[in-house]
Design a protein around this ligand. Structure first.
Ligand code: 5GP
Ligand code: MN
Length: 317
C-alpha cells in the first residue's frame, strides 16, 4: 500500500525537504509546517522551503523556520504537499526532481501523479486532513502545534467548514485537534478574518471593478501589476470570493496580471459548473468549485476568452 511505502521511505531517509505549491494558501503552509514539526519529532534533518508567502500565516508555529532556499541540492527525500502538478512547485521543482525519492500527498482531483509515491485523496477537503492519517501512521504525536497547523489547513480550505467539501470526518478530525488544545477561535480570527491594510486596499480595487455578466450568472474582476505596486500588496487571497458570494452568480472569474500578456486565472463556482474542467484548458486544474490556470493573451482577449469558456460550461448545465 502507498501509505506503507511512504512510511518506510520517510523512516529510512535522513535529509528531507518539504515543498508546496506557489502562492501558498493556509492548507499549503499549514500542511507543510505540520509535516515539518512532525518530522523534527522523528529527529530528521528536515527543511521546509517556501520562497514567498502571505504574512497572514505568520502566527503559525515554526513559521520562522521556513527557508527561502534548500540547504543542499540533493535530498534523500522530497515531499510535495497540497500540490496537484509538479509545475506548480514553481522554481523549486529542482529540489523535488533531484531528490532520491519523491512523495506527493495531496487532495487535488486533477493530480498528475508526478511522484514515486502518490497518496492522493480528492474527497478530502484539505491536504491537512490526509496528513493526520499519515502523521499518525508514522507514530508522530499530534501536539498542539501540529494541530494548530492542521486545523488552519482544514479551516482555510473549507472556508471555515462552509464548503460542500466538508464531510462528517472533517468535524471528527477537527474535534480531535481541539482535544490537543488547539485554539479554534484564534485560527478563525487570524487566518480568515483579519487582513492587513495593504491587502484591504488591493481588495477594494478589485471590488470596485466587479462586472456582473450573463444575466447575473458570471462575475468578473481583475488586478494588474500596477495595482499591486500601488497598494504594496500581492495578497489577492479572497478576491475571487467577492464575486462568488453575490446572489445568483454561478461562476466567479478573477484575473491577475503576472507578466507581459500573462494572467493567472482563479475560478470559483457555486453549484453546477465544474471549474476544474475549465482550468484544464488553461494549463491548470484544481477542484470542482475552486480552480486556477494561466492565460497568455493581452488583457481584453484574455478576458473575452475566459468569459466565453465559462459561458459554454454554464449552458451545458
Ligand atoms: P486559487 O484560485 O485559490 O489560486 O486556486 C484554487 C484551487 O485551484 C486551489 O486548490 C489550487 O491549488 C488550484 N490551482 C490554482 N491554480 C492552479 C494551476 O495553475 N494548476 C493547477 N493544477 N491547480 C491550480
Ligand atoms: Mn489544499
Amino acid at each position: 500500500m502507498t501509505l506503507d511505502n511512504i512510511k518506510e521511505e520517510i523512516l529510512n531517509s535522513k535529509n528531507i525537504v518539504i515543498l508546496t505549491h506557489e502562492v501558498p494558501d493556509g492548507d499549503a503552509i499549514g500542511s507543510s509546517l505540520a509535516m515539518y514539526i512532525g518530522l523534527k519529532q522523528l529527529e530528521k534533518d528536515v527543511d521546509v522551503v517556501i520562497p514567498k508567502f502571505s504574512k497572514t500565516y505568520k502566527f503559525l508555529p515554526a513559521v520562522d523556520e521556513i527557508k527561502e532556499q534548500g540547504r543542499m541540492e540533493t535530498y534523500d527525500l522530497a515531499i510535495a504537499l497540497d500540490c496537484g502538478d509538479i509545475k506548480r512547485l514553481n522554481g523549486f521543482s529542482r529540489y523535488f526532481e533531484y531528490a532520491n525519492c519523491k512523495i506527493s500527498i495531496d487532495h487535488h482531483e486533477a493530480n498528475t501523479m508526478f511522484a514515486d509515491y502518490n497518496f492522493v485523496n480528492p474527497t478530502a477537503p484539505a491536504c491537512a486532513q490526509i496528513l493526520i492519517t499519515v502523521l499518525k501512521a508514522l507514530g508522530i504525536e499530534i501536539t498542539k502545534d501540529i494541530g494548530t497547523c492542521l486545523l488552519t489547513g482544514i479551516i482555510t480550505d473549507t472556508g471555515g467548514f462552509r464548503y460542500q467539501n466538508v464531510k462528517p470526518e472533517t468535524f471528527e478530525f477537527a474535534a480531535e485537534l481541539l482535544t490537543r488544545g488547539v485554539n479554534v477561535s484564534e485560527i478563525y480570527k487570524k487566518a480568515l478574518q483579519t487582513i492587513p491594510i495593504e491587502k484591504f486596499e488591493l481588495r477594494k480595487i478589485a471590488m470596485n471593478r466587479v462586472e456582473i455578466l450573463e444575466e447575473g450568472k458570471i462575475a468578473f474582476t481583475y488586478i494588474t501589476k500596477k495595482d499591486e505596486e500601488k497598494t504594496k500588496s500581492e495578497d489577492h487571497d479572497g478576491i475571487v470570493e467577492i464575486g462568488r458570494d453575490i446572489e445568483g452568480v454561478e461562476v466567479s472569474i478573477f484575473l491577475r496580471e503576472t507578466g507581459e500578456n500573462e494572467y493567472k486565472i482563479s475560478l470559483r463556482s457555486n453549484e453546477n459548473v465544474n471549474v476544474s474542467d475549465i482550468c484544464l484548458m488553461f494549463n491548470g486544474g484544481g477542484h470542482m468549485r475552486a480552480a486556477g490556470g494561466t492565460i497568455n493573451l493581452p488583457f481584453e482577449k484574455a478576458k473575452e476568452k475566459i468569459i466565453a469558456e465559462c459561458k459554454k460550461h454554464l449552458s451545458e448545465n
